[in-house]
Write a protein that binds this ligand. Structure first.
Ligand SMILES: Cc1cc2nc3c(=O)[nH]c(=O)nc-3n(C[C@H](O)[C@H](O)[C@H](O)COP(=O)(O)OP(=O)(O)OC[C@H]3O[C@@H](n4cnc5c(N)ncnc54)[C@H](O)[C@@H]3O)c2cc1C
Length: 508
């Protein structure tokens, strides 16, 4: 029998669960970390952002976790932890493909968009090889002498005589009993508490409706090389377009590509389920090959590619979106990725999760055991919900405009304005910053998003909005985001090639 007594039990040892466990310990409470799996294990959700780096850096400093600091930039990561898998991410790149046609590069880059997020490779963002990163972090938990119960299946939580929680389960054949005063659910899509407490998933309120088909591959040719062979003007690119969260925009779908240093590429289709509903009679392989068959330049990129030994197969999901209505309750809280999820499109997941950890840990650090604890938890719940709603507004508008690249590039500027404004505000306020992810608490910005969406809607009804209508939309977005545009977004002279847009780093 394994018996553990903790203040806080954290379920799920993805990066979020492990980081939370380390912080709970630094706050002076006793954590226990529980996962049904064992590291290393495959996990998706790999493309980080400047916001994620800023938040991780602040958490590492605030809670004295200096060993995590190198993970906040590509250069320090490579210098300190070269064996922890990682990729260089200098920004976001988008390429619009037409069904049945080889990609035709446009001299003015009308079917490309590159937005630089990092000033140089040394200070760059990263792609996280999650099996390595998550294993590294769980080892940090063990290194700190904290209790980790992996390969442990827990049944529904029970309330004990003293009002705390009792978690009973098994680790292999050995019975497990954990007592804790508070539960934090970091199980993501596993949804331990949502399932065991019967929480409602109000997914009907989420506009985005997508599903995914993905894996890790070896032998994927760089898009830069494909584009060069096709006559693309890659010399105009502000960074090598493969060192990015690469988005290939298709008809009712997009394909992500994230390259790691070890020759592995994460690639996946995220498919608009309204346009291309899940068909159980088509296998994952058939569906994947069907998409590549329709896009010759992508097929060419994958012509020598094979699925990597981990995970070994293509993975296909149902609808990706979740929206759990209760995010906190009596002595429990869900981290953002358990509370809800929208879509990988704008790489919001890691950063949002880190923002949620920061907010929840602030509540624990300052209000544990006092009368404000529950009301502060409610504020955390409201923040996570508001942030998820904004992400949905940003992502769903992009999906709606996939068919007209000019509209998509203009609409996506809302996200880049929100991200860069958030970075600036956070850097300006130092440790006093409590703003919501992507400025979700800024009423003026939220109104801009609503206004732009309203202007987008009629253009989507037309079969092909005229070039003038698209230009008018672009200029309207430029005017609307002006108070939030400190980095030259919507600059017609940039020709869809945006040089460094970031707000900098604390360590710059
Ligand atoms: C297809 C897809 C692509 C994505 N791409 C990106 C991206 O490029 N960039 C980005 O920022 N975000 C992305 N995300 C979001 C990202 O995956 C999440 O933000 C991130 O994984 C959250 O980390 P986590 O540690 O909270 O949860 P997870 O990584 O989901 O970890 C959950 C852990 O809980 C464990 N677990 C599950 N159920 C139980 C249970 N019942 N009992 C015990 N343990 C359990 C699992 O074994 C796992 O270790 C993507 C998401 C999806 C679905």
């Amino acid at each position: 029998m394994i018996e553990v007594a903790a203040d806080i039990a954290i379920l799920g040892s993805g990066f979020a669960g492990s980081l939370t466990t380390l912080i709970v310990d630094r706050i002076g409470l006793t954590p226990v970390l529980i996962d049904r799996a064992r590291h290393p294990r495959f996990a998706i959700g790999e493309s980080s952002t400047p916001i994620a780096n800023l938040v991780l850096e602040d958490l590492a400093r605030r809670y004295q976790l200096p060993r995590l600091l190198p993970l906040t930039a590509y250069g320090s990561w490579q210098a300190t932890y070269p064996s922890v898998g990682c990729g260089l991410k200098r920004g976001f790149s988008f390429f619009k493909h037409e069904v049945g046609q080889t990609f035709v590069p446009d001299a003015a880059h009308a079917n490309e968009l590159l937005v630089t997020a990092s000033s140089d490779d040394e200070h760059s963002d990263t792609q996280w090889l999650r099996s390595d990163v998550d294993r590294f972090l769980v080892r940090e938990v063990e290194r700190a002498g904290l209790r980790v119960l992996d390969e442990t299946d827990i049944a529904a939580p029970e309330v004990g005589d003293t009002g705390g929680w009792i978690l009973r389960g098994h680790r292999g054949a050995t019975p497990v009993s954990v007592t804790a005063r508070f539960l934090i659910d970091a199980t993501g899509a596993g949804g331990f508490l949502p399932r065991s407490l019967g929480l409602t998933d109000d997914v009907s309120s989420v506009r985005t409706r997508s599903r995914a088909l993905y894996s890790h591959f070896v032998g994927v040719e760089p898009w830069h090389d494909q584009l060069t062979a096709l006559g693309g003007r890659v010399a105009d690119h502000p960074f090598r377009c493969d060192d990015a969260a690469q988005h290939h925009v298709l008809d009712g779908a997009w394909l992500w590509m994230l390259r790691f240093n070890n020759g592995v590429t994460s690639a996946g289709l995220t498919i608009d389920d309204r346009r291309h509903p899940y068909d159980p009679s088509v296998t994952s392989d058939q569906e994947w090959n069907g998409w590549l068959d329709r896009y010759p330049s992508l097929a060419s990129q994958f012509r020598h590619a094979t699925v990597a030994s981990t995970p070994g197969t293509l993975r296909r999901t149902g609808r990706l979106q979740r929206h759990v209505t209760d995010i906190v309750g009596r002595q429990w809280a869900l981290l953002p990725h358990t509370a809800g999820f929208v879509d990988p499109l704008l790489s919001t997941g890691i950063a949002h999760t880190l923002c949620g950890i920061e907010r929840l840990m602030h509540v624990v650090a300052h209000c544990w055991g006092d009368k404000n604890f529950e009301s502060e938890l409610k504020r955390y719940e409201a923040a996570v919900r508001t942030e998820l709603t904004l992400v949905d507004e940003l992502v769903s508008g992009c999906y709606d405009s996939f068919g007209r690249f000019g509209l998509l590039t203009a609409y996506s500027m809302l996200y880049f304005a929100a991200a860069t404004s958030y970075e600036r505000r956070r850097l300006a306020d130092n440790d006093a910053f409590h703003g919501l992810f992507l400025c979700a608490d800024d009423g003026a910005f939220r109104q801009v998003v609503r206004d732009v969406r309203a202007q987008l809607a009629p253009l989507l009804d037309e079969h092909a909005p005229s070039p003038t209508q698209i230009t008018d939309f672009e200029r309207m977005v430029e005017r609307s985001i002006a108070p939030f545009n400190h980095v030259g977004l919507c600059d017609a002279n940039a020709g869809n090639m945006y040089r460094y847009t970031g707000a900098g780093r604390r360590r710059d």
